[in-house]
Design a protein around this ligand. Sequence first.
Ligand code: URA
Ligand code: SF4
Length: 225
Amino acid sequence: MLGRHRIRVSGYLRPVPTRNPYPTAAAFLPDKLSMTALRDAVQGCRGCPLYANATQAVFGEGTLKAEVMLVGEQPGDQEDKAGAPFVGPAGKVLDRALEEAGIDRGTTYVTNAVKHFKWKAARGTRRIHDKPSWTETMACRPWLDAELALVKPRALVLLGAVAAQALLGKTFKVTQQRGKPLDSELADLVLATIHPSAVLRAENRDEMFAELVDDLRVVSRTFAH
Ligand code: URA
Ligand code: SF4
């Protein structure tokens, strides 16, 4: 049983919860790693508490042959409803930035570090983004690891601190390392940059956007034929 030990108690099996009822996503991964099996299995994930308040899990999207994989933080309100990553306001910023950097989103694989939308209620019925905790991010990592293992991208772009820390460690600082090829085994080129939603929140949007594009250009330049 997932997250439980079974012990014999007076002739029948009674499930005894372990101390942490959320075992991480590992136990929910399919035996055979295929994109179809993963997409299917993620909907049943109970690896952390975040599944409970979300509409659905939002898995990565894109081609298995992608040379570039982009990783965001977690689905937002619109992604949670649509079931696809980066389709809301941050997605629009990402689309424009990729285009300006000369990367066709259609040739990439786009996903998030955390697959369920974490939110808090705002006035009315609005659901606002709530940052996933370190424990939740780590609980969700097996899905991201599986996506990496299947896609095997040449370039891995980590959008924002949550994605970067999920794969490079808790002390990684995007502000200090952004736009620089990083020393990592995860792909030939591993790069961190800001999250597209940081552009939306900034007062100096144009400048922030241009810097995001500059960082993404490192990818297109490295793989220019
Ligand atoms: N922000 C993210 O990090 N991912 C999405 O899919 C949407 C917004
Ligand atoms: Fe599982 Fe990740 Fe959803 Fe948590 S956020 S329930 S680990 S898929």
